[in-house]
Ligand binder design. Structure first.
Ligand code: RB5
Length: 146
């Protein structure tokens, strides 16, 4: 599974903490920036991850971080096939995979501390989609795109 990471300046520090967790656990990823704390526009980074997921035939997953997580999740969810879930707790992260088959996890770097952020990433990456009745609901969301 391809994993793509990106943040704006508000999410940069948490993104770097997430990379340490991924490196420690030998999980491959592609970091699409930003690479400094200088101000950038979060929609550009949402697009980078959404495009990579869609180029990976929808098989990839992404992690996006901005200051609150709000702007970058609004932007990501404009792209076809993207189900970006802003999660500030472990239960929501788990449910976003089980029921929503979220393909992007969104975190708020100015809201969620690094220990909780990394715990959320760990749960999110290790929870499968339950399918079944939930697929029918996702199909209804996909129909909105057409
Ligand atoms: C950037 O200052 C900030 O607006 C951004 O990181 C994010 O919180 C937007 O929703």
């Amino acid at each position: 599974m391809a994993l793509f990471l990106a943040s704006d300046h508000g999410g940069f520090e948490l993104k770097e903490e997430i990379k340490k967790y991924l490196d420690t656990n030998k999980i491959d990823y592609k970091d699409l920036g930003t690479n400094t704390s200088e101000s950038v526009d979060y929609p550009d980074y949402a697009k980078k991850v959404a495009d990579e997921i869609n180029n990976a035939d929808g098989e990839g997953k992404g992690i996006l971080v901005c200051g609150t997580g709000i702007g970058i999740s609004i932007a990501a969810n404009k792209f076809r096939g993207i189900r970006a879930a802003l999660c500030g707790d472990s239960f929501s992260a788990k449910m976003s995979r089980l029921h929503n088959n979220a393909n992007i996890l969104v975190l708020g770097g100015r809201v969620t501390g690094s220990a909780l952020g990394v715990e959320i990433v760990d749960i999110w990456l290790n929870t499968p989609f339950e399918g079944g009745r939930h697929q029918k609901r996702l199909d209804k969301i996909t129909a909105f795109e057409n």
